[in-house]
Design a protein around this ligand. Structure first.
Ligand code: AOF
Ligand code: ZN
Length: 354
């Protein structure tokens, strides 16, 4: 990239590392890192964001630098915000600190927060945008999608037999996939901020919808549990019980069957990543609405020959009409428990709209 030095590139690499530090919640805010460089190119201070309501990365770094920030270069993975949200505008904080130059990676896709570049330039600060932008965007892949689309990113997870069944004829559906797949599912649930199923699944499976570790203990940070559909919930449903050790956000019942409406409600609550584990009806509704952004499918090596299909009728009558996603990854999940057989996990991107 023209106009930036090797020192600044190294600093951006470091800022990306800082941003990706484990511990900070993934949602609703992006992961952001910042490195302040002295005029001689040495590192003056580092900062990163630790979750909604805490200082943004730039302000974190400026606080560590103190008066020495005057004349420094700020290298930051996201365009400094230009708004007062839960905290004040970073653009103004950089101006007030006397920073001379700002090098940023990703432009802020958030319409409320963008504008830092213009504010900084108007204040006479040199700005270079776009250095390692692809890496920075990949780091906040789901957040960027959600902010750009004004709705959460949707991952649909399914577990089926070889013949595409997700429950036996008598309705039993637990333990289709093996222990390795179930652990893998909990790992993926933990990356999302919202678990979503339909009232039908609650009635039939009575799921907990929590994230648990390999010893089946709930993790301290739990996604919001959401059930959608018009049917009333059994007050004794396990999904309604508070999670031991989890936060105490009550389970949300959205009385709609329309995926667009449900996602709009969730967007208004700043939800960025929905993990959809609903039954066939809900899955079909999301697929038909074009609201599935990623599919994680576990296929277990046995047959049922009868029973519930993973997805309800999509109105497809001929092979040429098939819903054909792009295969991003195929993995064999080796058993972690003796006597189990391996499952296969597909990670899929939906077909591009035609
Ligand atoms: C962050 N951390 O380091 C930067 C952010 O309302 P707030 O204060 O939570 O601001 C959130 C927005 O600020 C966020 O969506 C993004 O557009 C911008 N920059 N946010 O959480 C940071 N630099
Ligand atoms: Zn900010």
């Amino acid at each position: 990239m023209a106009g930036t030095s090797d020192v600044e590139r190294d600093a951006m690499r470091r800022a990306l590392e800082l941003a990706a530090r484990p511990g900070a919640p993934l949602h609703p805010n992006p992961r952001v890192g910042c490195v302040l460089l002295r005029p001689d190119g040495s590192t003056l201070a580092e900062g990163h964001h630790r979750g909604a309501g805490t200082p943004h990365a730039e302000v974190d770094a400026l606080a560590r630098a103190g008066a020495e920030a005057r004349g420094a270069t700020a290298v930051v993975t996201l365009e400094p915000c230009d708004h007062t949200g839960r905290t004040g505008p970073c653009s103004q904080a950089l101006v007030a600190a006397g920073v001379r130059r700002v090098v940023l990676a990703q432009r802020d896709p958030n319409p409320l927060a963008t504008g830092g570049v213009e504010t900084l330039r108007a204040a006479g600060i040199e700005v270079e945008a776009g250095l390692m932008a692809a890496e920075a965007t990949a780091l906040n892949r789901v957040w960027t999608f959600a902010v750009e689309h004004g709705r959460p990113f949707v991952t649909w997870k399914l577990a089926t037999t070889l013949d595409g069944r997700s429950a036996a004829a008598d309705g039993t559906s637990r333990w289709i996939s093996g222990t390795a797949s179930r652990r893998d599912t909990h790992r993926l649930r933990a990356l999302a901020d919202t678990m979503l199923v339909g009232t039908g699944t609650v009635a039939v499976d009575d799921p907990l919808l929590t994230v648990r570790d390999a010893d089946d203990r709930p993790l301290p940070r739990q996604p919001l549990r959401v059930v959608m559909g018009r049917r009333d919930l059994d007050p004794a449903a396990r999904v309604l019980a508070p999670v031991a050790g989890g936060d105490d956000t009550p389970t949300l019942h959205l009385r709609t069957r329309d995926p667009h409406e449900a996602l709009a409600e969730l967007a208004a609550r700043e939800r960025r990543h929905v993990f959809l584990e609903g039954g066939p009806t809900l899955a079909a509704a999301f697929l038909a609405a074009g609201l599935v952004d990623e599919v994680v499918a576990y296929v277990a090596p046995f047959l049922l020959g009868a029973g519930r299909s993973a997805v309800a009728d999509l109105g497809i009558t001929t092979i040429s009409g098939a819903w054909r996603p792009e295969v991003l990854d195929v993995a064999v999940l080796d058993p972690v428990v003796d006597g189990e057989q391996p499952d296969v996990r597909f990670t899929l991107a939906p077909p591009a709209p035609t």
